[in-house]
Structure formats: structure tokens, C-alpha cells
Ligand binder design. Structure first.
Ligand SMILES: *[C@@H]1O[C@H](CO)[C@@H](O)[C@H](O)[C@H]1NC(C)=O
Ligand SMILES: *[C@@H]1O[C@H](CO)[C@@H](O)[C@H](O)[C@H]1NC(C)=O
Ligand SMILES: *[C@@H]1O[C@H](CO)[C@@H](O)[C@H](O)[C@H]1NC(C)=O
Ligand SMILES: *[C@@H]1O[C@H](CO)[C@@H](O)[C@H](O)[C@H]1NC(C)=O
Ligand SMILES: *[C@@H]1O[C@H](CO)[C@@H](O)[C@H](O)[C@H]1NC(C)=O
Length: 318
């Protein structure tokens, strides 16, 4: 009986794979971009609940295999990725991988295909791009700040100094291009501090102590990056740097997309439920027939016993 049940489920899973996974119904998540770097994570976190059947990663355009994960059979890697790729498995439905010891050859489009039960197939593409910050030009920032898009934030540069500061400048550095855009300068004059703004998205303030701050409101993605302040002192120019990282907020487009994914997943779920229900009804019908056939002689016997008992029970009244 147990074996039959197992076969039955196996058949269902197989049918589901044939009907839904190989078919045209595929939920495609929004693609993402990753900069080439050691330990880079290619995200493939399926938002559904259920059971993970298999995850496979391929690299486009030739769909070369990269890695495969199956909860029972384990992992399998293409030889050039063997030992460099790791499945993160942070949740039951996580197909994300991390790639170590990267080379320029790892740049390209990666395709994650996650098969799940009962909702079906979920796919996501990730573009691995050339690293933006050249290793020859990379600057270790003195301060690191993180802000979510639409938030407000103040970037402040100050310097523990010995001599007098007579000028401060703040600029945004484009590490990729090797250029920078000056935002503002503050100059110490006889009667106070003079502020000259050149190119500012925010509000610049200079304090009497020659602290410079840039207040950004409603932060956008382009605000992220490296800021540098140069302090001109009697003893020379000293710099401090601030790296601002912006975190995206879920925008409308991705929300809409998720909605479609959920509706799509729901439809597949409903279809599957219908099949399950029909199969179950069929089985129940057959079972009931079996039951009736088996029950008949026993039922008759039981009725006889009840009759005898009734006779015995009512005997004193006779
Ligand atoms: C990565 O490269 C380093 C040095 O080149 C080597 O020692 C290490 O074993 C490599 N790691 C993997 C996972 O290939
Ligand atoms: C980036 O690095 C390469 C070598 O790794 C160098 O040839 C190139 O000039 C660098 N580009 C910039 C903009 O610094
Ligand atoms: C940011 O500042 C603007 C203007 O001062 C304000 O309207 C907005 O509510 C602030 N946003 C946040 C997230 O604090
Ligand atoms: C900048 O200075 C003005 C007055 O000079 C002040 O009202 C404002 O609050 C300051 N802003 C910041 C972010 O310090
Ligand atoms: C700040 O200093 C760096 C070198 O320390 C220099 O390359 C840059 O041009 C300076 N910026 C300004 C605005 O003077």
C-alpha cells in the first residue's frame, strides 16, 4: 500500500513537471546586476513557499551549465566552476550561489531556474558586470554610510587638525572615470567663512570650525558613491573620504511584477489542485465501491446480532 502511494506521488510530481515546468507557464523574476568580485552572490531567492525540487544555473547565450542542486542528489558543478561555486541555501527555497576566485571570464548573463512544488518554475537572470572601481583606482573610504532611497542624510567631513584650516572643498569622485565634480568650497576669511556652491544636489553648510556638511534630501541612486573633502592647512592638503551606499526601495514596477508572479503562481496552484481533487475523487469512488462489497456480509451479521440482543433485552417484559 505504501509503495503504491509513493508511486502515485511520484507520478503526480512527474506529471507536474511535464505539465507546468516544461510548459509555457514560467514565472520570471526581475533581473539583477552584480559587479564582478570575489565571493559575489548571484541571487535566486524564490518568494514562494513549498518544496524545492531542483535548481540549475546556466550561463547565456549558449546556456552552458554552471551548477545544479537537488535536495536528494546534492550538487553538481561544471568543471570550470567546481570548487568556486557554492549554494547558499539560506532558506528552503533559496537557489542563490556565491562565486569565488573570479576572473574576467565570469562576466556575463547567468540564468537561474528553480523548480518548486506545487507552484512550478521560477527563473531569474543576473548580469555579472565588469567591476566599476578599478583596483588601481580604489580608495579605502574613511567613513562608510548607508542610506535608503528617498531618505535624508547628512554627510559631514571634519578633520582633527593641528594647524589652521583656511579652505575646505567637497567633491564627488567618480572612481570609474577617474574624475571628480566639485560640490562646494568653504574659505576662511577675516570676517567669517565664505561658502561657494558649484554643483550641489543638497544643502552645504560650513561651520566656523571649518566642518563641512552636505545635507541630502530624498536620496536617489545617483547620490551614492565616493565623496572627498580636501582640507587646506598650513602644513598642506589633507583629505577625508566618505562612501555613501544607497539601497533601493521596492518600486512600483517590481511590485507589479511580483503581483503577476503571484497571480501566475496562483493559477498554476489552482490547476494543480483541480487535478489532485479529480484524482482523489476517482480514488474515493473506487474505494467506496470496494468498501460496499466488503461491508455487505458483515453488515448483515451485525444486524442479526442486534436483533438477538433486542430479543434478550425485551425478554423480561414478555
Ligand atoms: C582561490 O585562489 C587561491 C589562490 O589563487 C587558492 O589558494 C584557493 O584554493 C582558490 N580557491 C578556490 C575555491 O579555488
Ligand atoms: C584599470 O586597471 C587596468 C589594469 O588592471 C589599467 O590598465 C587601467 O588603466 C585602469 N583604468 C583606470 C581608469 O584606472
Ligand atoms: C526629508 O526631508 C524632506 C524635506 O525636509 C521632508 O519633507 C521629508 O519628509 C524627509 N524625509 C524623511 C524620510 O525623513
Ligand atoms: C545649515 O545652516 C543653516 C543656517 O546657516 C541652518 O539653518 C541649517 O540648519 C544648517 N543645516 C545643517 C544641515 O546643518
Ligand atoms: C583633493 O585632493 C586630491 C589629492 O589628495 C586631488 O586629486 C583633488 O584634485 C583635490 N580636490 C580639490 C577640489 O582640490
Amino acid at each position: 500500500m505504501v509503495a503504491v502511494q509513493k508511486d502515485y506521488w511520484y507520478f503526480l510530481v512527474l506529471m507536474m513537471q511535464l505539465c507546468f515546468l516544461k510548459g509555457s507557464v514560467q514565472m520570471k523574476a526581475r533581473e539583477s546586476k552584480v559587479k564582478l568580485q570575489d565571493g559575489m552572490i548571484l541571487d535566486c531567492l524564490c518568494p514562494w513557499t513549498g518544496q524545492l525540487i531542483m535548481v540549475s544555473w546556466t550561463k547565456k547565450p549558449l546556456s552552458q551549465p554552471v551548477a545544479v542542486y537537488h535536495p536528494q542528489y546534492g550538487t553538481n558543478f561544471e568543471s570550470t566552476y567546481d570548487g568556486r561555486v557554492e549554494f547558499l541555501k539560506t532558506t528552503a527555497m533559496d537557489g542563490s550561489i556565491a562565486i569565488m576566485n573570479v576572473t574576467e571570464g565570469d562576466i556575463g548573463q547567468y540564468h537561474c531556474s528553480l523548480q518548486s512544488y506545487p507552484q512550478g518554475s521560477w527563473t531569474k537572470d543576473t548580469f555579472v558586470e565588469k567591476a566599476a572601481i578599478n583596483t588601481t583606482f580604489s580608495i579605502q573610504p574613511d567613513t562608510k554610510l548607508v542610506a535608503a532611497e528617498n531618505d535624508n542624510l547628512t554627510i559631514t567631513c571634519d578633520l582633527v587638525h593641528n594647524g589652521d584650516i583656511y579652505k575646505v572643498s567637497i567633491e564627488k569622485v567618480d572612481a570609474e572615470m577617474g574624475t571628480s565634480t566639485i560640490i562646494a568650497t568653504c574659505q576662511m576669511l577675516q570676517d567669517g567663512v565664505e561658502l561657494s556652491e558649484f554643483n550641489s544636489r543638497g544643502q552645504v553648510n560650513c561651520s566656523d570650525a571649518m566642518e563641512v556638511s552636505l545635507h541630502l534630501t530624498n536620496i536617489i541612486q545617483e547620490d551614492g558613491g565616493l565623496y572627498r573633502c580636501n582640507f587646506s592647512t598650513d602644513t598642506g592638503v589633507q583629505s577625508t573620504t566618505v562612501l555613501l551606499t544607497t539601497l533601493p526601495v521596492q518600486d512600483f514596477r517590481s511590485l507589479h511584477h511580483m503581483l503577476y508572479v503571484y497571480i501566475g503562481g496562483g493559477l498554476v496552484g489552482v490547476a494543480l489542485l483541480m487535478i489532485l481533487l479529480l484524482t482523489w475523487l476517482n480514488r474515493m469512488k473506487r474505494k467506496r465501491e470496494d468498501y460496499r462489497i466488503k461491508l455487505h456480509p458483515a453488515k448483515r451479521q451485525k444486524e442479526n446480532i442486534l436483533d438477538d440482543m433486542g430479543k434478550w433485552k425485551y425478554q423480561p417484559h414478555e
